[in-house]
Design a protein around this ligand. Sequence first.
Ligand code: GDP
Ligand code: GDP
Length: 437
Amino acid sequence: MSKPFVAIVGRPNVGKSTLLNGLAQRRVSIVEDIPGVTRDRIYCNVRWLDKEFTMIDTGGIEFRNKADQIVDGIREQAELAMEEADVILFVVDARAGITKDDMTIANMLRRTGKPVVVAVNKVDSENLEMEVYEFYSLGLGDPIGISAVNHLGFGDLLDKITEGFPDNTAEEGEDIIRTAIIGRPNVGKSTLVNSLLGYQRSLVADEMGTTRDAVDSIWHYKGKDFILVDTAGMRRKGKINEPLEKYSVIRSIKAIDNCDVAVLILDAKAGVTEQDKKIAGYVHEAGKGLIFMVNKWDLIEKDNHTMNEFNKQIRDELVFAQYTPILYGSALTKQRINRLGEMIFFVAEQQSMRISTSVLNDLLEDAKMINPPPAHAGRVAKIYYMTQVGIKPPTFVLFTNDATLIHFSYVRFIENRLRESFGFEGTPIRIIVRSKK
Ligand code: GDP
Ligand code: GDP
């Protein structure tokens, strides 16, 4: 079962983005915020008790080429939500009451047949609670009063949203590497998938007795099997006006959530774009493996600097992903695409690598000698030991006398030492700093 997907819809200014950010904050942040990625956050991963889901604010995605957005915008987000979401979260405003636009949206949502949860926002105090009842007349079940600003009512809301979701316990032990081919429209995803699968019969994962969505394909390569996540739309040729960027963002996010390794296709002609940065940032935050494939390399006039220049552009634009391998090739002429299988396999190994505590502590002792932990306001930071607590992504805990004394730059230094010693190519690393008396 893939991770459930919740779409937020609603008129502008009802508090959708405040709610999303409020829910995102509940997470203990163990990764740094990436500038440019988190600033205009449109999605978050929410964990509630044993359940986990991805939430996206469809209103936060820009609708380009639309001067007369508002009403059209609402319609588009609602349509998008209907298509992709497992649950739709409809946010309305207690202070404004029911508006005509709310009714229009409610009518559309009622026709979807998908579960809809109505959140009545801006119920900041008890005397507004009566306002919630008015929203029964939307005909979408029990409305839940919340205050996104004050984080009130989140528990009831999350209970309701996750009612039908499966518990996130015990991952199935699956050896097949789940790979997502992602990127902007027209970068060559379909061409790549078709080239990889070649003439081999397209098997869907369902037929293999797994419980995955039927949109996945199995790719056999050199005796290994890979699942290419969510390829149904890609293999379909002459697809219906896919170029709408917003669709591609949502599809990408879903595919990333359900993969081990993501291959982000960049267009050699276009270079690194803003949307590429967002998608790469999401992969990084989600802790998944990442490979860049610079496609359409056949169209580039090359001299012996071209590749280095491109490398530099990628490293400069995507600063947070210095660890990512880069492949140059052509999905069309198939130049170098046979390398992709090995790269994916390699990155998957790196993600699952475990380092013993004794080896980590040797590394830590060395690191402390080169660069002693900092002191703040007369207090000296002490790092006692480090241990690996997880894989996919590799996750480490650093036990210290006082976590607040360990600045992010020191954590970055430790991360760099880990990478120098062990590689961890193509995978984000998480380091959690803990205080221990
Ligand atoms: P969006 O357009 O639906 O994403 O709405 P925003 O999240 O940008 O919020 C619109 C306005 O409503 C902002 O000024 C928020 O501060 C305000 N707002 C959001 N949530 C609440 C709430 O729970 N109570 C109150 N009083 N104001 C809120
Ligand atoms: P998608 O939207 O990302 O799935 O992109 P498509 O696979 O549909 O490709 C978009 C266009 O780029 C098509 O006309 C492809 O033939 C072309 N294309 C894809 N890969 C390459 C490549 O490596 N080289 C060249 N020259 N064209 C390519």
